[in-house]
Design a binder for this molecule. Sequence first.
Ligand code: ATP
Ligand code: MG
Length: 338
Amino acid sequence: AASSAHPIRATLFPGDGIGPEIAESVKQVFNAAEVPIEWEEHYVGDKVDPRTESFLTWESLESVRRNGVGLKGPMATPIGKGHRSLNLTLRKELGLYANVRPCYSLPGYKTRYDDVDLVTIRENTEGEYSGLEHQVVRGVVESLKIITRQASLRVAEYAFHYAKANGRKRVSAIHKANIMRKTDGLFLKCCREVAEKYPDITYEEVIIDNCCMLLVKNPSLFDVLVMPNLYGDIISDLCAGLIGGLGLTPSCNIGEGGIALAEAVHGSAPDIAGKNLANPTALLLSSVMMLRHLQHNDKADQIHNAILSTIAEGKYRTGDLGGKSSTSEFTKAVCDHL
Ligand code: ATP
Ligand code: MG
């Protein structure tokens, strides 16, 4: 268990746009909950660091590697040539191979569905995002979809491990192996191999188009979903929409050696930045995922419940949820619920 003698050290990237405001909200809530934590704050630089070929400094990457955990606000990738995108740099340098997004209906915040409780796990390093595109001849281009046994086994292992560790009953592999016989076929083969090691967890395979139809018709059919990169990109946003949008959805990236980098899924929202209007819920819930990863489950539950109570009470809601509260009023309400 945590004690103030051994504080958690975590890297914090407040990020751009609304990032600093919602990061401030997390710091206040952690203070109020007396989480023994020391944040190492890192900002995106204003020039390219040759060691990372991006605006992220080597020191900030080292900080995440050393701490093993971090929380990241939205980062707007600077325009211009000669640098790698920030998210790509983080993904590559930290080996962030799985993106985990829990989606559950928030009590008291009405959407079309009341009973969503699922988790999407997206392979984050290959598939259609390998960046291998070229022109074959004029008027014909080619994009290579790479699926490897190693990356597929790794994400499948994580999905089943997650399911078991979180008391989940079923893992669904999402695919299009009827058409992409080789690539998605290999992905499924790896999922099957891992499934055999987890006899207590039901394993099923669902074709992506059917999966979309079922998710919209009845999301409560699903529990844990694991899938290659592009399908994960699309399905995870679809699932965020089921519960009320990007302002509410947390996520966590899992990397090599047990690194966890939690982040909100929304962008930097330049239209409302600096106005004390942003909803900090997604980043707060992401910070809860970070605490759970560290097995600080008491603090995680406490903060989680305070956020849910504040939203359920309905007195303090930010504009995106139809309310009139500022970021700081909402944050104060969460602290009061602790
Ligand atoms: P970026 O280029 O960084 O992705 P964007 O212009 O695409 O920025 P998003 O952050 O993706 O903007 O947001 C899209 C819309 O959702 C914007 O109108 C924004 O104000 C709103 N929005 C996003 N996140 C939040 C939040 N946490 N609270 C309130 N509104 C939000
Ligand atoms: Mg955006």
